[in-house]
Design a protein around this ligand. Structure first.
Ligand SMILES: [Zn+2]
Length: 337
C-alpha cells in the first residue's frame, strides 16, 4: 500500500512509496481505509527523531479518520464495514492502574499510535476495536480528522481545569489548532473567554474579548475581569507566555498547560505560587470517554483549515507545520474520493 515511511529519523529520509504491506487485522482489530489525517507537532517529532518511534521503518500519523474496510472475527458488534470512524490514538493495555481508572492516555505500558506503532499517513491502518469510534454520517472529514488529537486535547484540558459556568478563561495561542477548539468548548461550558491572539478571527470561534499584545495581557485581563483576574488560564504556547500566564491567574485559580512549542524550561517564583495558591495543572491527550462525549457535542464545531496536502506531499505538510504565517489546520487527504 502507499504510505509515508522512513527508515532513519529526519524529514529528508521520509519518502512516500508502496513498500509497506497492507496491515492484516487480528480478531479484535479493525482495518481502516484512511481518508483525511490531521498534521500535528507530534508527527513532526516522530519523523525528526525528537520522539523515539517503533517499528522501523516507520509510518507516522496520529490523528486519523477513515472508513472501516474489514473487521476481525471478534470485533464489537457496534462496528461494521463501511462505517465512518476516527481513531483514539492511544496504545493502552486496559489492565494497569491508570487504565482501570479510565486514564488510558496515561497507561503505564502505553504509547501513541503513530509513535509507538505505525500511524495513519498511509492508505490503510489496523487498530484494536477499542480505539475505533463511529462518527455521524453527515460529519465532514476535516472536522473528523481534528477530533482525536486537537479537539480532545483542548476538551480534556478544560475538564482537568474544572472550568465552571460564568468563570473567565484566558487562552494563549487562541488562533492555533487547540486554541480555536478550546474557545468553542469553553463557550459551551458557559465560561467567558478572553483570547490572546493577533488574529481577530478568534471572535468567529466565540471569544468574548481579544488581547493582541503580550505586553498588555495582565493589564487588560485586570480591566476585563474588574480587578479579579482570570479563573482559569490555558497556556498552549509554552515559556514565551509563561510569566504573563502566571500573572493573570486569580488568587486560588488554575493554570493549565499541555504543550511547550516555545520552550519547556521556565522560571517559577514558588512564593508567588503558594501565597496566591495557584494550581498548576499538566494535561495530556484525553480519555476514550471524553472522546465519546465530545463526539456527541462536536457537530457544530467550526474548524479553520489553512492548507491541505496529498499523501505524496507529507514532507511539505510537516514543514508547513511551523511556518510563521500558519493560520489554521494542516490536513493530508490520503483519499479524497
Ligand atoms: Zn494501562
Amino acid at each position: 500500500m502507499k504510505a509515508a515511511i522512513f527508515e532513519k529519523p529526519g524529514l529528508d529520509n521520509l519518502k512516500v512509496d508502496d513498500s509497506a504491506e497492507r496491515p492484516k487485522p487480528t480478531d479484535h482489530d479493525v482495518l481502516i481505509r484512511v481518508k483525511t489525517v490531521g498534521v500535528n507537532p507530534i508527527d513532526h517529532f516522530a519523523v525528526s527523531g525528537a520522539r523515539q518511534v517503533k517499528p522501523l521503518p516507520h509510518i507516522p500519523g496520529a490523528e486519523i479518520s477513515g472508513i472501516i474496510e474489514k473487521i476481525g472475527d471478534h470485533v464489537e458488534d457496534n462496528l461494521k464495514e463501511g462505517d465512518k470512524v476516527i481513531i483514539h490514538n492511544k496504545v493502552f493495555d486496559g489492565t494497569c492502574d491508570m487504565c482501570l481508572d479510565g486514564l488510558d492516555m496515561l497507561c503505564r505500558n502505553g504509547g501513541l499510535i503513530g509513535v509507538a506503532t505505525n500511524g495513519g499517513f498511509a492508505e490503510y491502518i489496523a487498530v484494536p476495536d477499542k480505539n475505533v469510534f463511529k462518527i455521524p454520517d453527515d460529519m465532514g472529514w476535516d472536522l473528523a480528522a481534528s477530533l482525536p488529537v486537537t479537539t480532545l486535547t483542548s476538551y480534556h484540558a478544560l475538564k482537568d481545569a474544572s472550568l465552571q459556568v460564568n468563570e473567565s478563561l484566558l487562552v494563549f495561542g487562541a488562533s492555533g489548532n487547540t486554541g480555536m477548539m478550546t474557545i468553542q468548548f469553553a463557550r459551551k461550558m458557559g465560561a467567558k473567554v478572553i483570547a490572546v491572539s493577533k488574529n481577530e478571527r478568534v471572535k468567529d470561534f466565540g471569544a468574548d474579548y481579544v488581547i493582541n499584545d503580550y505586553g498588555k495581557v495582565v493589564e487588560q485581563v485586570r480591566e476585563i475581569t474588574q480587578g479579579k483576574m482570570a479563573d482559569v488560564v490555558l497556556n498552549s504556547v509554552g515559556v514565551e507566555a509563561w510569566q504573563c500566564s502566571f500573572d493573570s491567574v486569580v488568587v486560588n485559580g488554575r493554570l493549565v498547560t499541555f504543550v511547550a512549542l516555545t520552550g519547556a524550561d521556565l522560571k517559577l517564583n514558588v512564593q508567588s505560587l503558594y501565597l496566591r495558591q495557584v494550581k498548576l495543572i499538566g494535561s495530556t491527550g484525553g480519555t476514550r470517554k471524553q472522546l465519546k462525549d465530545l463526539l456527541s457535542m462536536s457537530k457544530e464545531l467550526k474548524i479553520k483549515v489553512w492548507k491541505r496536502f496529498k499523501l505524496e506531499e507529507t514532507k511539505e505538510a510537516l514543514q508547513a507545520l511551523f511556518a510563521k504565517e500558519r493560520d489554521g489546520r494542516i490536513l493530508i487527504d490520503v483519499d479524497r474520493s
